[in-house]
Design a protein around this ligand. Sequence first.
Ligand SMILES: Nc1ncnc2c1ncn2[C@@H]1O[C@H](COP(=O)(O)OP(=O)(O)O)[C@@H](O)[C@H]1O
Ligand SMILES: [Mg+2]
Length: 284
Amino acid sequence: MSGEPPDSGPSSSGKSGGVLSLRGLEKRFGGLVALEGVSFDVREAEIVGLIGPNGSGKTTLINIVTGLFPPTRGTVRLGDIDITGIQAARVARSGIGRTFQGIRLFNHLTVLQNVLVTASVAGAHASAAGWQERARSALGKLGLGHLAYRFAGSLPYGDQRRCEIARALALEPRYVLVDEPFAGMSADESDALIAQLRQVRTTYECGLLVVDHDLRVIHDLCERVVVLNEGQKIAEGRPDDVYADPSVIEAYVGEKAAAQFASSTSKAPGDGHDGANPEGGEIR
Ligand SMILES: Nc1ncnc2c1ncn2[C@@H]1O[C@H](COP(=O)(O)OP(=O)(O)O)[C@@H](O)[C@H]1O
Ligand SMILES: [Mg+2]
């Protein structure tokens, strides 16, 4: 049946397989068109990068897919199930996990408790021991097992981002959408996270949609890249091909010139990070 994702499946988790398919996505905030006619697929166990200048609609796209708000137009399908506009919790139970651009952990819960939250939501039918196993396994995949009893808010930035990924993995998802997971990381930390995300894909056999500004990281991690500019898809393909595309270069060079102009005329330059505005972006 189309249009109704399962709340819980007949056998186990109720998760749907198949391609994550976005068609004709449009999002208007009043007069502002944040997304316009965006279509692409993420296939099972595929790692796709989503890049684009600040404000190009990347976070909005993740928010639509994960049910934070509905699109103005267009559809989101998971396999043959239409999940457009369904509630965020049901999207999660359908097998789509996410992280947030501005980290949203329960700071006064432990790392393990943060991950148990999704383990229990996703596996409401399972036992508490089952939730523990699921949560600890997810923590292990991100190298966080030794931090299980630390308060999430006390962790360094990079570990908090990894904790958010572990929390998404505790859903045992078909897809995980990660919004700027490499922000604020050194090159070494980024390389470690690349290796962990590859391992995640192999272990969970899940597709990943990775939003980031670090073009080197996206190149090294992703099999395919989609580029947004001013809400529209301007390129899609293999990283090397996309990076050589004149329209992509123009979009990035244009932004860099604007950022340089802004910093040369402003007395209050930004810090280059995103914590202050979780759903906004930053100029880099
Ligand atoms: N909840 C919202 N209300 C109004 N405007 C929004 C909202 N979320 C995003 N926008 C606007 O939509 C555009 C795209 O934003 P966003 O998706 O955050 O871009 P990106 O993640 O690519 O930096 C921006 O102009 C932003 O200001
Ligand atoms: Mg964003």
